[in-house]
Design a binder for this molecule. Sequence first.
Ligand SMILES: Cc1cc2nc3c(=O)[nH]c(=O)nc-3n(C[C@H](O)[C@H](O)[C@H](O)COP(=O)(O)OP(=O)(O)OC[C@H]3O[C@@H](n4cnc5c(N)ncnc54)[C@H](O)[C@@H]3O)c2cc1C
Length: 418
Amino acid sequence: MNERMKRIAIIGGGAAGLAAAIAAGDRARELGVSVEVAIYERDDRVGRSILATGNGRCNFSNLELEIGEYRNADFVKRVFESAGDERFVCDFFDGLGLEWRAEPDGRLYPLANKASVVVDALRAAAADLGVHEACEREVVSIEPPREDGKPFTMRMKDGEFQRADAVVLACGGRMAASIEAAGVPFTPMRPVLGPLRVSEEEIPLVRELDNIRVKSSVTLMREQDGENIAIATEQGELMFRKYGVSGICVFNLSRLAQPGDTLSICFLRDDLRGRAEGYLQARMRKLGKRFGESLTYEQVLRGMLLPRVSETLLKSVGLKLEDTCAKRDLDDLASLLTSFSLEVAGIGDADLCQVRRGGFAVEAVSSDIMQVHDRPGLFIVGEALDVDGPCGGYNLHWAWTSGCLSGRSAVNSLLEIG
Ligand SMILES: Cc1cc2nc3c(=O)[nH]c(=O)nc-3n(C[C@H](O)[C@H](O)[C@H](O)COP(=O)(O)OP(=O)(O)OC[C@H]3O[C@@H](n4cnc5c(N)ncnc54)[C@H](O)[C@@H]3O)c2cc1C
């Protein structure tokens, strides 16, 4: 009697799911065995989550990854080591025929500068390997086999069920909480890597600056044991929003921020931060020669900040542009320009957050093959696990790597290859 063909079900056709499907297909081809690989995707197409990444350009990895930046970094490090060397993701995409380029800071983008090219490359490879895309199929639970050698059962939202010998859970962060995955421990998820909301009292202030972008350096400060501690500093473009602040520097700080922390914003060039008062004195001397000894704040700040930014900063300390700026005021002005404080109230807009923090516990999963410890045949990957990283290709790099490792391991587990 012919043995039934083994089935691998991948739940979620995003970054990790597509990578898992290709790695499973590649491994089966390499071993010369037939394995059925199907992706169950709740959306009407696979890869949609990838299309939105990197502002539609897909910053798919980074040559300068600092593994310590990941949440659960030790686990992530072991997973990366199990997958291969640091070229693993580049090699994966080279193998799909994707042409890419590196930006000076190490961020990788497709040469065509379009995320759709990445999705096309992934889908073409999956199709060539015979991967089946089952779209508009939402899985609500994964039930473990009743006895050894029997398949998993996946219940669908529409009441149907499917069976598979191995299951890769690659459902991302947004929906992970709605799947019951054979009792694997789960930490409630919250959005991070997004804009921050400021305290109610400060909202009228930031509202006046809505949509204004400034180059700045932002430090996240926290009061600990009566002391104000700097938690992290990020430099880059900060954008004011009606409810708070946004921009990549803020996104990165949002991973660490807690309500009650403050953002200390420096509007001056970084090299001037430690000598702002001296710099302002020199500036006043220079401008005094042109406009006369008695200068207004408007005259001092013109050419340095946008008028609306100057006006709003001054307003926050009860001053106006037309007020006279005396030498004795420069200490206060230097503080205003180098450490303008906003209190963090929380995440600004959950829909704009790039990842979810929390998810299935990394302790439940083996870092060498991504398999749940006490559930042979069940793998969890990507953002569904409690792993997240900063902006710059970290999160997709994690998704591809963990996905590939699980796909390959799923085939090995079916064939009982160690
Ligand atoms: C706007 C935006 C921009 C981003 N830009 C970048 C970037 O440039 N670089 C970077 O590294 N990271 C970026 N990220 C983060 C990155 O997109 C994610 O970390 C990554 O996609 C996670 O991959 P994943 O496969 O785990 O989950 P996802 O890519 O989210 O895929 C999960 C898939 O599972 C499906 N699904 C969910 N639940 C079910 C279910 N119950 N049944 C069936 N299917 C289900 C979903 O529909 C989805 O297709 C960005 C995120 C956002 C939101």
